[in-house]
Write a protein that binds this ligand. Structure first.
Ligand code: GLN
Length: 470
C-alpha cells in the first residue's frame, strides 16, 4: 500500500478490494515503524474509522504542523506554540474531512515555516528518506518525507518561498503550489501573508490535481481567496505538442549551480522536446534579485504576523516582573534563532527611517518581477527552471543562513508573482533525487498540471527509496 498513489488506493477502496479501516491502520503502523528513524511526524491522531466511511476521497493524509486541525496541537515547530491546541479546523482540513479523508498526524517543519531544510524545529531535524544523513528540504520537510517514505499517501504543506516544492524535489515526490488565491489559507498560521499558499505533496501529478481540486475554491473566511473554481483536471490527456516552453537563460548562470542539477535540467529539456514542446530561451535578468526582495518582504510581513505571540493570548508565557518584561521573556524564550533573525530584519526594514530604502524598494522589485514574468507568459505557456541550484546538504553542514537563503532562487519568483508552480522529480544523481519546476501564468493551473503530467509519463516510473522496516 505504501507505494500506491491516492488514485490507486481510491480505486481499490471503491471496488471493495481494500477497506478504509485497514488502510488507515496500515499507515498508522508504518508511521510507528518508520517515524523514529525519519522524524517526519510531530504528533499522530487516533482516528475512529468505521467501515461505512465514504466520500469522494476516503484516504489518510498528513498535515504540516502550521495548519490547524481540531483535536490536534499546532506547534509550528516552535517552543512558543509547543502546547497550543487548534481551536478550529483550517478550511483545507474541513474540506478534506468533508471528502472523507482521514488525518493521520501533523508533520515537522522549520519553525514557523522559515527555512529550507527542516533542521530548525524544536522537535529536531527531519531526515531525507534517500539518505538519512541529508536534509529533506524545507520547510514542509515532514510532509515530503511522510509521502516519500509511504507513511502517508498524501500531505499538505505551505509555500511562502518554495516550502512545498523544495522538499518535494529533495525527496523525489511532487509538490504543487497553486495560484495565489485558489486555496484558502484560513487556519494556516500566517508567515508572509502576501506570499503564503497551501499546496499538496503527492506521489504523482494527478494526485496533486485530485487533492488540490478538493482544497481549492472560494472561502469567505480568507479575504485573498478568489471567487473562482478552476477545474484542475480539465486538460489532463490533452496533447502538449507545440506548447511553448520558456527557459530563462539566467537560470543556468546561477552561481553555485550543481552540475548534477544542470545535467538533470538538460535531460528535462530533452524530454520536453520528445513531447514536441517548443523550447525557447528567454531573458529574465531580474531573476537574481528575487532573493533580496523576498528576504525583505517575507521578514517584514513575518515581523508583523508574529507580533501576536506576546505570552498573553497564545502559547508560552514566561512571567516577568511587569507586562513589558513578560513580553520580552516569553518571546525571548519561545522563538528560535532564525525566527528572531527574521523579526529583527523585518522590524528594521519597516521602521520609519528605513522603510523607503528597503521595504518600499523591495516592493518595486516585486512589481518588476511580476511584470517580467507576465510578459514572458504573453508568448509562452510554461516556464521551466530547476527547483533548487543544489542537491540535499548534509544535516548540520550549512552554518550561514545566507547559504540556505540562496537555495530559494528558483522557487521565490512564483511566490512574488502569485503564479502556480509545480516540482516534479526527474532522476536520481548519486542516489539523491533531483526535480524540475514548471510555472504558468495566474489561474492557468490546468495547463501547468497537464504539462507536468505529460512530462511525468514521458519520464517513466520514479523509484521509491529503499527503506528497511526494522
Ligand atoms: N525558504 C524560504 C524561507 O525561509 C521559504 C519558506 C516557505 O516557503 N515557507 O522563508
Amino acid at each position: 500500500m505504501y507505494e500506491m498513489t491516492v488514485k490507486e488506493l481510491s480505486k481499490r477502496i471503491k471496488n471493495g478490494t481494500l477497506r478504509v479501516p485497514e488502510v488507515v491502520e496500515y499507515f498508522q503502523r508504518r508511521i510507528q515503524h518508520l517515524n523514529p528513524k525519519f522524524n517526519a511526524f510531530v504528533s499522530v491522531t487516533n482516528p475512529v474509522v468505521d467501515d461505512q466511511a465514504d466520500g469522494v476521497l476516503p484516504i489518510p493524509y498528513a498535515l504540516k504542523d502550521n495548519i490547524l486541525a481540531l483535536g490536534t496541537r499546532t506547534t509550528c515547530g516552535s517552543k512558543i506554540l509547543e502546547d497550543y491546541e487548534s481551536p478550529y479546523d483550517a478550511t483545507v482540513n474541513k474540506q478534506l474531512k468533508r471528502a472523507g479523508a482521514i488525518l493521520l498526524g501533523k508533520t515537522n517543519l522549520d519553525e514557523f515555516a522559515m527555512g529550507s531544510t527542516t533542521e530548525f524545529s524544536v522537535f529536531g531535524p527531519t531526515k531525507n528518506p534517500w539518505d538519512p544523513s541529508k536534509v529533506p528540504g524545507g520547510s514542509s520537510g515532514g510532509s515530503a518525507v511522510a509521502v516519500a517514505t509511504g507513511m502517508a499517501p498524501f500531505a499538505l504543506g505551505s509555500d511562502t518561498g518554495g516550502s512545498v516544492r523544495l522538499p518535494a524535489a529533495f525527496c523525489g515526490v511532487v509538490g504543487y503550489k497553486p495560484t495565489y488565491g485558489l486555496v484558502s489559507r484560513y487556519g494556516l498560521v500566517a508567515f508572509g501573508s502576501s506570499l503564503d499558499q497551501i499546496g499538496p505533496i503527492t506521489k504523482s501529478v494527478e494526485d496533486a490535481a485530485i487533492v488540490a481540486s478538493i482544497i481549492s475554491g472560494y472561502d469567505p473566511l480568507d479575504s485573498t481567496s478568489v471567487p473562482r473554481k478552476v477545474n484542475l483536471l480539465e486538460q489532463f490527456g490533452k496533447s502538449v505538442d507545440g506548447l511553448k516552453v520558456a527557459v530563462p537563460r539566467e537560470a543556468l548562470e546561477t552561481d553555485g549551480l550543481d552540475k548534477d542539477v544542470r545535467n538533470s535540467f538538460e535531460d528535462t529539456l530533452k524530454l520536453l522536446k520528445k513531447l514536441d514542446c517548443e523550447i525557447h530561451y528567454v531573458d529574465l535578468p531580474i531573476l537574481k534579485y528575487g532573493i533580496a526582495a523576498y528576504y525583505i518582504i517575507a521578514p517584514g510581513e513575518a515581523s508583523s504576523n508574529l507580533a501576536r505571540y506576546d505570552g498573553m493570548r497564545y502559547g508560552l508565557r514566561a512571567e516577568g516582573k511587569d507586562l513589558d518584561q513578560t513580553y520580552k521573556m516569553s518571546r525571548g524564550e519561545g522563538f528560535g534563532e532564525e525566527v528572531k533573525r527574521r523579526i529583527l530584519i523585518g522590524t528594521f526594514t519597516l521602521s520609519a527611517t528605513y522603510y523607503e530604502a528597503y521595504y518600499d524598494k523591495a516592493l518595486r522589485v516585486r512589481r518588476l518581477f511580476a511584470d517580467a514574468l507576465a510578459k514572458i507568459f504573453q508568448e509562452y505557456q510554461i516556464l521551466t527552471m530547476p527547483v533548487a541550484p543544489v542537491k540535499p546538504y548534509a544535516i548540520g553542514e550549512v552554518k550561514s543562513p545566507l547559504v540556505y537563503y540562496l537555495m530559494d532562487v528558483y522557487t521565490i519568483p512564483a511566490n512574488l508573482a502569485g503564479l502556480p508552480a509545480v516540482a516534479v522529480p526527474v532522476d536520481l544523481k548519486d542516489g539523491l533525487p533531483v526535480g524540475v519546476q514548471f510555472l504558468a501564468k495566474r489561474f492557468d493551473d490546468p495547463t501547468l498540471l497537464n504539462l507536468a503530467h505529460a512530462f511525468e509519463a514521458a519520464r517513466g516510473e520514479f523509484p521509491s527509496p529503499k527503506i528497511a522496516l526494522e
